[in-house]
Write a protein that binds this ligand. Sequence first.
Ligand SMILES: O=P(O)(O)OC[C@H]1O[C@H](O)[C@H](O)[C@@H](O)[C@@H]1O
Length: 437
Amino acid sequence: MNVDIGNALAAVAEPGLSRDELATLDERVARAHERIERGRTDGEFGYAALNLPRTTDAEAIRDAVAPVADAETVVTVGIGGSALGARTITSALAADGGTSHVVLDNVDPDHVSRVLSELSLAETAINVVSKSGTTAETLSNFLVVREAMVEAGVDWTERTVVTTGDEGPLAALADEHDLPTLAVPDGVPGRFAALSSVGLVPAAILGCDIEGLLDGAAAAAETLDSSLFECPAYAYGAVAYGLEERGATINAVVPYAERLEPFAEWFAQLWAESLGKDGRGQTPARALGATDQHSQLQLYRAGRRDKLVTLLRPRERPSLDVPAAEADALAHLEGTDLGELLDTELRATEASLAEAGQPNVRVELDRLDPRGLGELLYAMEAACVLVGELAGVETFTQPAVEWGKQAARDVLEGDETEKTAAIEDKHELIVDGEGGR
Ligand SMILES: O=P(O)(O)OC[C@H]1O[C@H](O)[C@H](O)[C@@H](O)[C@@H]1O
């Protein structure tokens, strides 16, 4: 994996970073790296996530999923960090592009009932994931899925794998029904847990090379270094931080690979929940190349100068040539490889952003395989931890999310609290088009 930060330099972009500013940042990276290494050595909360490539036991995951390894479809019931990594990994690596992995990470009744009605439940594995074991959306969906299995005459206890913390209602339920259970590793926040059972169970059921993924992540861990010029992960993090300081408060992530579309969603949680604190943090935006060149690019090139655009591509792709057409006007397309076309689109976008002075960074994988994906996920986690250090925020907590979670719980439990009062006291100014105001 490599990162090209050339188009983030002040010589190209505004906001941009001068060579001197990069050198100053590099000194800060060295100090942050020391802190990160200390956290890893001591297994401190959060930093422990960067040890997962060597602490995750792929064999234990394979053993736990063995009873459901015959499944045609895996349904992951989880939300946030308990869903996005798993979806990213199967989308990138499963032979069918992840279509046999369905993620229930919302409680929209229309969606849940449609998904259930389309599944052959006897051939489905249920992967329930919740670190806390209490998240309302996850537990509710699980009870709905379980009921659907009972109604279909399927023994749900034979089709379910659980990943959760040591305690909590989900752990208790798994224990009571003797379900295969994997532990969320100690000291690892959900959004940093993709490289553990939290992210790997569906991939293991669908026969993906999870060992290769962990090897790729381990290789990325080896590149962590005290200089950003020696470490792609830190180069990315340092530049993202430096640009945010100069006004690039949005980070638009644009993978040029369909299989990586969910990666942008995973990245969004990582960046937003980890770094959105104390009035700071880049807002992650999601796009897909080349599709969104034809929708969002106008804004990225000519809109406010508040964005870093992160372009992502695998260097190798399968080949697929465009066949001949009848019309002469299309003759230039004949024989063009679609992958080449996609790469040309990326280079054209990059140049168009640079020409307009909009900072952009290119992240390249050798290829989109288990190793390449492992490197990418690990590098982005390390980049995020680095940004947290440079910005001085509490990277591994998410107190602002907890507020809403608790408020919803108070309502459901019928409690009257400050939070439920805030819900009741909502200011309204409704415009209904019928004279009301
Ligand atoms: O794994 P769970 O405990 O169910 O939590 C799932 C998600 O819930 C919360 O909203 C947190 O902010 C997320 O970081 C977490 O990934």
